[in-house]
Design a protein around this ligand. Structure first.
Ligand code: 9MJ
Length: 678
C-alpha cells in the first residue's frame, strides 16, 4: 500500500466517524433521523471494513466500538451486569450460509444446527431486573455497557409484569427485550399528536424512544408501548438447556414473547423461514427490519461466545430496506378520474426494496406543506409491500440553498380550468369536468356505461384509442364518428364498427334521468338523477334552477346543489350538453299528469306567511304531482295556511276544505314521499 492510499483511508475513516457520530446523535438523542437506516448501515459497514484493513487506526471513540448513544443528564446511568450485545447483520442468503458454516465449524458439528428464528422488531432494547419476582429496575441498552435507568417509564407498560407469575422463578432474573409501538397504535398516536398540535413522530421506533426518554412517567403512560422478550442477562439459577425453552419459561412467568418464533434447522431452514416471513411482513402488526437467528442450544451459545460487539451465536438477516433517500427532481400534477389533483414526485431513480423507483405519491397539497417538501430536496422514499412508493420525509440538512417553497397550481395543468377545494376536504380538484382531457376518458366511459347511456360495444380500450388519437374530446363527439374512422381503428373490423354505430344510434333515445346520470356530475348517482328529473321534468328547468330551487329537490342537499351549480356554470359543459342534443340525443317529455306521483290530481292553495319561500313549497308540491293554484274554490283539495292568513282561510272554512298548517304541509309532503296510495 502506498502512503497516498494510506492517508486517503485515514481521511475516509475520520470522515465516516464524524458522519456516523452526527447521524447517531440526531437519531438517538434528537429523535430526528437525517438519513435512512440502510444508508447508516452502509456507512457503518464501510468504516468496519476500513478498520479491519487498518486495525492500527481503530480508536476507542470510533462508532464501531460504541454502539448507541451515551446516557443523558436527567437519567441515572446503569452499568449492565452483563453487556447488552448488539447483532451482526447478514444482507444475503450467502452471508447467512457463511454464518451457519462458521457456527458449525466452531462447534465441530456434523449435523444441521438448530436455530430459533424470530422477527427482528424495530424498537428499543431494554433490560428488566426482577428480584424475588419483583420488577426492581429497568434500563435502556445505551452503549451496551451502560444505559439509562427508565424504571419509572417501564413500569407504565402494561405488557410488562411488575411481579412475575408463578413461584418457580430464580431469585434474580434479568430479562432482555424490545420496547416498540405497533403500526396501528402508531397511526393513532400520530393522529392524536396532530390534533393536539404536537409534533408527529417520524416512525414507531422514534416514538418509542422518545416515550422512554420522558422524565415524567405520566407522558410515557399515555404512549402505546409494548414489549417482547428475547433473552436474559444475569440469572441466579441455571436457565433451561435451550433458547426456545427459555422463551417458553419467560412466557409462563408472564413476559411477552414473539408469537412468530420457530425452531429451524440449518441454513436452509433459516432461509425458508426468511422467505415465509418476508411475504407476511406487511401483515405483521409491527415493523420488523429483519429476522434474528439464534443457536438454540444455550451450552453451544456459551461455547461460541461473543466478540466485543455481538455474539457469535446469533445473526440478524436484514430485509431489503423499505426506505431510501434520493433527489426530488420535480413535482408533477396528475389529474384523476374525478378531477382530483394528485402531486407526484419525480425522483432520481433509486432502488427501494428491490425495485427501481422513479415516481412517488406526495398525496396532496397539505402533505407537501406539512413535510415542507421542495423541488431539489433529498427525500426519504418508502415502498412497503405492494403499496405505491411514498415520500415520507425530507432530509432538511441536505437542502440546497436555492430551493423555494412549492406552490400548488391554481389552474388545472391539463385543461387550464380553475382548481377548487372541496368543502372540508383536503383534495384540490379541477373544475373542468367533461372538457378536461385527463377526466375525459373516464367521463366518456361513464357516459357510455350500461346504466347511463348504455352504448354497447364501447369498451375501455376503445375509449382510450379514440381519446388518444384525438378523435373524440367529449361524449358528444361519439355521435360524430363515422364508419371509415371506426373501421380503421386497432382491433376494429367493419362489422364491429357497424355494430357500434348502431348502438350509438339506439342510445340517442334515452330518458332524462339516464342522461343526467350519464353527465357524471359529482355525487349525482342514479337516484339523485331520477329525483332531479321527476322534480324539474325538463332539462331547461333544471338548468335554470338556482340553489334554492335545487335544495327543494328531495335527495339534494347543499353539497349536491353546489356540485350541480358548478357543473352547469361551466360554459364547456353546457356546450357538450348542447352538442349532444344537436346530435339527436332525446328523451320523451316527462309530465306530471302522465306520472303516478303521490299528489297527482290534487290542487293546493297557499296563503299567509310561511317559514320557507313560497316558490320552494310550490316546487315541492309540484314535484309530487300537485297543482298549486292561486285562488280557493270548491275544487281545491287543501289550503296551506301560514301566519296571518286572511280571506282565503275564511273561504276555505266556508267551503269545508281541509286547512293545513306548516306541520300538516310537511306531513302531506312526507306522505307523498312514500309509495303512492293504492
Ligand atoms: C429484536 N430487535 O427483535 C435481539 N431482537 O438478541 C431479537 N434483538 C437480540 N433478538 C441479542 N429478536 C441481541 C439482540
Amino acid at each position: 500500500m502506498t502512503t497516498t492510499e494510506f492517508s486517503s483511508s485515514q481521511q475516509r475513516i475520520a470522515e465516516l466517524r464524524r458522519l456516523l457520530d452526527h447521524y447517531n446523535d440526531h437519531y438517538y438523542r434528537l429523535d430526528d433521523p437525517l438519513i435512512p437506516d440502510a444508508e447508516y448501515d452502509q456507512l457503518f459497514r464501510e468504516l468496519q471494513q476500513l478498520e479491519a484493513d487498518h486495525p492500527e487506526l481503530i480508536t476507542r471513540d470510533s462508532p464501531t466500538q460504541r454502539v448507541g448513544a451515551a446516557p443523558q443528564s436527567g437519567f441515572q446511568s446503569v452499568t449492565h451486569a452483563l453487556p447488552m450485545l448488539s447483532l451482526d447483520n447478514a444482507f444475503s442468503d450467502q452471508e447467512l450460509r457463511d454464518f451457519d458454516r462458521r457456527v458449525s465449524e466452531r462447534l465441530a458439528s456434523s449435523t444441521a444446527i438448530d436455530y430459533v428464528a424470530e422477527p427482528k422488531i424495530d424498537g428499543l432494547a431494554v433490560t428488566l431486573r426482577y428480584q424475588q419476582g419483583e420488577l426492581i429496575r429497568a434500563a435502556t441498552r445505551g452503549d451496551g455497557t451502560s444505559g439509562e435507568e427508565v424504571t419509572h417509564n417501564i413500569r407504565t407498560l402494561r405488557t410488562i409484569p411488575l411481579r412475575l407469575r408463578g413461584d418457580d422463578w430464580p431469585a434474580l432474573l434479568e430479562v432482555r427485550g424490545e420496547v416498540y409501538i405497533s403500526r396501528a397504535d402508531f397511526q393513532r398516536l400520530n393522529a392524536a399528536q396532530q390534533r393536539s398540535g404536537e409534533k408527529r413522530f417520524a416512525n414507531p421506533r422514534n416514538a418509542a424512544a422518545g416515550s422512554l426518554r420522558q422524565l415524567d412517567p405520566r407522558i410515557c403512560a399515555k404512549r402505546p408501548l409494548r414489549f417482547t422478550s428475547y433473552g436474559i442477562g444475569e440469572i441466579s439459577d441455571p436457565p433451561p438447556a435451550r433458547y426456545a425453552l427459555l422463551l417458553e419459561q419467560l412466557d409462563r412467568w408472564g413476559l411477552p414473547i414473539a408469537a412468530e418464533r420457530q425452531v429451524v434447522h440449518g441454513a436452509e431452514g433459516c432461509i425458508a423461514y426468511y422467505q415465509q416471513l418476508a411475504a407476511r411482513r406487511d401483515q405483521l402488526p409491527y415493523d420488523i427490519d429483519g429476522i434474528v437467528y439464534k443457536v438454540d442450544d444455550l451450552a453451544d451459545q456459551q461455547r461460541l461466545g461473543s466478540l466485543s460487539r455481538a455474539p457469535r451465536w446469533a445473526i440478524a438477516r436484514k430485509f431489503p430496506a423499505e426506505e431510501q433517500s434520493t433527489r426530488l427532481l420535480a413535482i408533477d400534477i396528475q389529474v384523476g378520474r374525478t378531477g382530483v389533483l394528485t402531486p407526484v414526485a419525480r425522483l432520481e431513480p433509486v432502488e427501494v426494496a428491490g425495485v427501481t423507483v422513479t415516481n412517488a405519491t406526495l398525496h396532496n397539497a397539505e402533505e407537501i406543506a406539512r413535510k415542507e417538501i421542495r423541488v431539489g430536496d433529498t427525500v426519504v422514499v418508502r415502498r412497503a409491500g405492494e403499496v405505491i412508493p411514498q415520500v415520507v420525509a425530507v432530509l432538511h440538512a441536505e437542502r440546497p440553498a436555492d430551493t423555494t417553497r412549492y406552490c400548488f397550481p391554481q389552474r388545472c395543468p391539463v385543461c387550464g380550468s380553475e382548481v377548487i377545494r372541496d368543502a372540508d376536504q383536503v383534495a384540490l380538484r379541477c373544475s373542468g369536468g367533461l372538457v378536461c382531457a385527463a377526466q375525459r376518458k373516464e367521463a366518456i366511459r361513464h357516459f357510455a356505461s350500461r346504466r347511463a347511456m348504455d352504448i354497447e360495444g364501447l369498451g375501455d380500450k376503445l375509449v382510450e384509442q379514440l381519446v388518444d388519437r384525438g378523435l373524440i374530446h367529449s361524449p358528444a363527439d361519439l355521435f360524430t364518428l363515422d364508419l371509415a374512422t371506426l373501421a380503421a381503428l386497432e382491433r376494429m373490423g367493419r362489422k364491429s364498427a357497424e355494430n357500434l354505430l348502431n348502438a350509438l344510434q339506439r342510445a340517442k333515445q334515452t330518458q332524462l334521468d339516464r342522461f343526467l346520470f350519464a353527465l357524471g356530475i359529482r355525487e349525482v348517482g342514479e337516484a339523485t338523477a331520477k329525483a332531479l328529473a321527476n322534480h324539474f321534468l325538463t332539462l331547461e328547468k333544471l338548468l335554470a334552477a338556482d340553489r334554492e330551487a335545487l335544495l327543494a329537490v328531495r335527495d339534494v342537499g347543499p353539497v349536491v346543489a353546489d356540485h350541480l351549480l358548478t357543473f352547469f356554470r361551466q360554459p364547456d359543459n353546457l356546450a357538450v350538453i348542447s352538442a349532444l342534443r344537436q346530435a339527436g340525443v332525446e328523451w320523451p317529455a316527462r309530465s306530471p299528469s302522465t306520472t303516478t306521483l303521490p299528489l297527482h290530481g290534487k290542487t293546493v292553495v297557499l296563503t299567509g306567511t310561511l317559514s320557507r319561500p313560497r316558490s320552494t313549497i310550490k316546487a315541492e308540491l309540484e314535484a309530487q304531482g300537485a297543482k298549486v293554484s292561486g285562488s280557493i274554490s270548491a275544487k281545491s283539495d287543501y289550503l296551506i295556511a301560514g301566519a296571518d292568513a286572511g280571506s282565503k282561510r275564511a273561504k276555505a272554512e266556508a267551503l269545508g276544505i281541509p286547512i293545513l298548517d306548516e306541520k300538516g304541509l310537511e306531513q302531506l309532503l312526507a306522505g307523498g314521499k312514500g309509495e303512492p296510495p293504492p
